[in-house]
Ligand binder design. Structure first.
Ligand SMILES: C[S@@+](CC[C@H](N)C(=O)[O-])C[C@H]1O[C@@H](n2cnc3c(N)ncnc32)[C@H](O)[C@@H]1O
Length: 250
């Protein structure tokens, strides 16, 4: 078996030993947790809400479904899912406890308390039995996972036959000019906003670098298929700034 402690991966534009990445990612999200929701609105001028709503439109939650929302952070996806489904259950799982603590303090968390659980855990080793969930979501989380293919394999394992995977993640724009304009904004504006609002330029520098390191739409689609998902497809959001990938466990 390969010795994984010797392998390296990327943490933004840095190369780090694989064994260090999760701790560094936890450091970033622990540091931004209490400003995470407001920073999302400011950085994306509210567009992340439209993308998350588009995720729900495609997912079309149904009453009684069981959702596992991995890297669920402060609960945005689970709240939307439960509202749309009308009834059901959601587990928000995240590596970083302070993100879950923030989520639990939100008004929606109190009103949906009977239908929600908050669990600390790792996307690459989910603490659940095989064939447990109807729906698995991961929103702006998978690019932070050390080995994304392992997270997708785990998603497949814990979904019931007939279950649905939906991934929302930053992606790649279709041409160089648009990508350059977007890079100009993200590399110059976002870390400065991070400094101004959260007094933390480094965490936001990591966030924009991690976006550039994530595979493009077609490459990621291949990874979804490799995990075993059928009828795998993607849709671009805002021309490819973000993308939704969907797949089914048949
Ligand atoms: C950008 S936030 C996304 C939060 C939320 N899903 C949203 O869309 O607003 C990324 C989250 O991924 C979590 N995360 C990173 N690596 C993870 C892993 N291996 N397993 C579970 N969660 C992870 C972080 O702790 C963080 O809360």
């Amino acid at each position: 078996m390969a010795d994984k402690t010797q392998s390296t991966t990327h943490f933004g534009f840095e190369t780090v030993p694989e064994g260090e990445k999760a701790g560094r990612v936890q450091g970033v999200f622990s540091s931004v947790a209490n400003k995470y929701d407001i920073m999302n609105d400011v950085m994306s001028v509210g567009i992340h809400r439209i993308w998350k709503d588009a995720m729900m439109d495609w997912l079309a939650p149904r009453p009684g479904q069981k959702l596992l929302d991995v890297a669920g952070g402060t609960g945005d996806i689970s709240f939307r899912f439960l509202k749309r489904a009308g009834s059901g259950h959601a587990i928000v799982l995240d590596l970083t406890e302070p993100m879950l603590v923030e989520g639990r303090q939100r008004a929606e968390a109190a009103s949906m308390a009977d239908s929600l659980d908050w669990v600390v855990g790792d996307a690459m080793a989910l603490p659940f039995e095989d064939n447990t969930f109807d729906v698995y979501t991961i929103s702006f989380g998978i690019r932070n996972v050390t080995r994304p293919q392992e997270a997708l394999n785990e998603a497949y394992r814990v979904l019931k036959p007939g279950g649905r995977l939906m991934v929302l993640e930053f992606s790649q724009l279709p041409n160089d000019m648009m990508q350059k304009a977007y890079d100009l904004y993200s590399f110059n504006v976002i870390p400065r906003m991070g400094k101004l609002i959260a007094n933390d330029a480094d965490s936001y520098q990591y966030l924009v670098e991690s976006i550039r390191k994530f595979p493009d739409q077609e490459t990621f689609l291949g990874m979804v298929k490799t995990a075993g998902f059928e009828n795998a497809k993607y849709r671009n959001l805002s021309m490819g700034i973000a993308a939704l990938h969907s797949g089914w466990k048949i």
